[in-house]
Design a protein around this ligand. Structure first.
Ligand code: GLN
Length: 191
């Protein structure tokens, strides 16, 4: 099993390391052809406008969307990646894959609270609470019937899934904890 990490922006190296620690192969995805070699994809955080634009230029948006629809290609979007998966975005909306039935609010925590850490109880992840790092994080404002919330922070959804798709507002690659990556790998394995 090999997981691709979209290598446009963000913590690419950390995601690759977490995937390997969780027991799968990992490789960078930069171009269309790279998608043929992976069983699932992680989209790291960064700036969703920039990532969306560069994905569009490479033709990645349409092909990833088609793979998700045709084959249930598992994709995990963290932070900006969550915004790229959402079918709707509050405010200025970047080019998106637009497959997860939810409304994402970019920078929902405002400039004042640009980043923070929180311990989260995540549905499906056992043991101690997960140490979640939020950086100019989005929130999920509302979800459609196919989307299942997995974690909340102060009443707002910050992690959710829809079939083989997974999205989190926070960055699980920024701590040593690999349980969220394991959770995604289990999805890829099941598919
Ligand atoms: N708020 C950023 C955006 O709109 C995402 C921040 C992040 O990925 N850390 O793209």
């Amino acid at each position: 099993m090999r997981i691709g990490v979209l290598a446009i922006q963000g913590d690419v190296r950390e995601h690759l390391l977490h995937v390997k620690k969780a027991g799968a192969d990992a490789m960078e995805v930069r171009q269309l052809g790279d998608l043929d070699s992976v069983d699932g994809l992680i989209i790291p955080g960064g700036e969703s406008t920039t990532i969306g634009m560069l994905m569009q230029e490479e033709g990645l948006i349409d092909v990833i969307r088609r793979r998700i629809r045709d084959e249930e290609f598992p994709v995990y979007g963290t932070c900006a990646g969550l915004i790229l998966l959402a079918t709707e975005v509050v405010g200025k909306s970047p080019a998106r894959i637009s497959v997860m039935d939810m409304v994402a609010d970019r920078n929902a925590y405002g400039r004042q609270v640009a980043s923070f850490e929180a311990s989260l109880q995540i549905d499906g992840i056992t043991g101690k609470p997960f140490p979640a790092v939020f950086i100019r994080a989005p929130q999920v404002k509302s979800i459609g019937p196919l989307v299942k919330p997995l974690a909340y922070y102060r009443g707002q959804i910050v992690m959710a899934e829809q079939g083989s798709l997974l999205a989190s507002s926070f960055h699980p690659e920024m701590t040593d904890d690999i349980r969220v990556h394991q959770y995604f790998l289990d999805k890829v394995r099941r598919r």
